[in-house]
Ligand binder design. Structure first.
Ligand code: FAD
Length: 385
């Protein structure tokens, strides 16, 4: 089989790989790119897949808007209420005080995925040297060669085929959709329990159907997964309290193991790792995909600028130096986001008294020191620039 040569090979057709391909082609439609995608060709085969609610920041919305990839089914967050179960300290963040249209948006993973596929197909129509190949694990891809390889294979904690730096929080997230009696529209709740954060987030189904992300030890999470609906709702009510009335219904319960796995080096010669292929984070601060989209955007900027130059500029040395430049530009945002997420995942689950008091004080400081609140919110909405 004769090899087909591309400038760029993107491995992984999840949200980050798709977004990276779309931004590269939007900036340079003549780009020679192959995208390898393990997902089925037909959108209908993905429509029943991962319905987990993902919090996307306003910064991610601005980025996705540039390629017309913002899903229509989305719930906006106007207020976030943060508290800890059974302890002092709480904070309320509102869009008014942070002068934003919304503090974030909740969208199902599959809707982000499908909207990005649609956006990339539209861009593909004007991209003569773009090949989107759907593969299964056994497909021979030996006929594809590329000057630069972008790894966007993603993956969840403990499901990735590499382990580097990080931490096992010995927690699982139980996610699902809950129906409640009386929720205020556009409000998100994050409650820190002794086992981990419990988040109740808006959904596009209406104010009383909410996305649940309940983090706990792997064994209690397994037990909760196996409970009858009635017993599950009773135990959720006991942990969350009565702020939004009775929990009435639960559906689509799923478990995810949680941890931090990240690469210290995100480039090697002509290869680069982005999104979850570079770092898998705890969802406590809802940062994984937001960070991955920023990876994809910046990398697309650097690659399209290099590969739109005449052929004799695309040397191995130029590619390696472009990737190093990319890694350098991502350093501050990556380490701030990984560090903040790791800190929150650890501090908010410890039962050591000084830490319990410390986080109560931290929440009070957030409430009473607006500059601290604004700085934290900005980091979470736009990353470190
Ligand atoms: C419970 C939970 C809640 C979360 N909540 C949030 C949140 O609120 N906000 C947020 O920003 N993030 C959140 N995240 C993180 C978010 O899901 C990930 O950061 C995001 O999915 C990463 O996207 P990705 O494209 O890098 O990887 P993935 O979503 O894993 O996609 C990778 C794709 O590549 C494909 N693939 C794998 N190997 C290959 C290969 N060799 N060749 C071709 N294709 C391949 C896979 O089939 C997959 O489709 C959460 C995660 C969890 C577990």
């Amino acid at each position: 089989m004769s090899a087909k040569n591309f400038d760029i090979l993107i491995q992984g057709g999840g949200p980050v790989g798709l977004a990276c391909a779309a931004w590269c082609l939007q900036k340079f439609p003549e780009a020679s790119i192959a995208l390898l995608d393990r997902n089925p060709v037909d959108d209908a085969d993905l429509a029943a897949a991962d319905s987990r609610g993902i919090a996307l920041s306003h910064g991610s919305k601005l980025l996705l808007d540039t390629i017309d990839a913002w899903p229509t089914e989305c719930a906006d967050i106007y207020r976030v209420h943060v508290s800890q179960a059974g302890r002092f300290g709480r904070a309320l963040m509102t869009r008014e005080e942070l002068k934003q249209d919304a503090l974030g948006h909740i969208i199902r993973y599959r809707d982000i995925h499908l909207t990005l596929r649609k956006a990339l197909r539209a861009i593909q129509a004007n991209s003569p040297h773009f090949v989107w190949r759907h593969i299964d694990t056994n497909t021979d891809i030996a006929d594809i060669e590329a000057k630069c390889v972008v790894h966007a294979e993603g993956g969840l904690f403990k499901k990735q085929d590499w382990v580097e730096s990080g931490r096992d929080y010995e927690q699982s997230a139980l996610v699902g959709l809950v129906e409640v009696e009386n929720a205020a529209p556009h409000q998100a709740w994050e409650r820190f329990t002794s086992e981990g954060p419990l988040a109740v987030l808006p959904s596009h189904y209406g104010p009383n159907i909410l996305n649940l992300v309940w983090c706990g030890t792997p064994s209690s999470s397994q037990t909760r997964l196996a409970l009858s609906d009635a017993d599950f709702l009773k135990s959720l009510q006991a942990e969350f309290g009565s702020r939004i009335g009775q929990f009435l219904k639960i559906q689509d319960r799923r478990l995810y193991e949680l941890g931090l796995n990240y690469r210290k080096e995100i480039t090697r010669v002509n290869e680069v790792w982005i999104g979850n292929a570079a770092q898998a984070l705890h969802p406590v601060a809802g940062q994984g995909l937001n960070l991955g989209l920023r990876d994809a955007y910046l990398l697309a900027e650097k690659l399209s600028s290099l590969f739109s130059k005449p052929e004799d500029h695309k040397t191995a040395a130029a590619i390696e130096s472009t990737l190093q430049d990319y890694a350098q530009s991502r350093k501050a945002d990556r380490s701030a986001t990984i560090g903040l997420t790791d800190f929150m995942a650890r501090i908010f689950t410890s039962n050591l008294l000084p830490l319990v008091i410390g986080r109560g004080l931290a929440l009070s400081a957030l409430q009473w020191l607006p500059p601290v609140k604004t700085a934290l919110a900005r980091q979470m909405m736009f990353g470190r620039r």
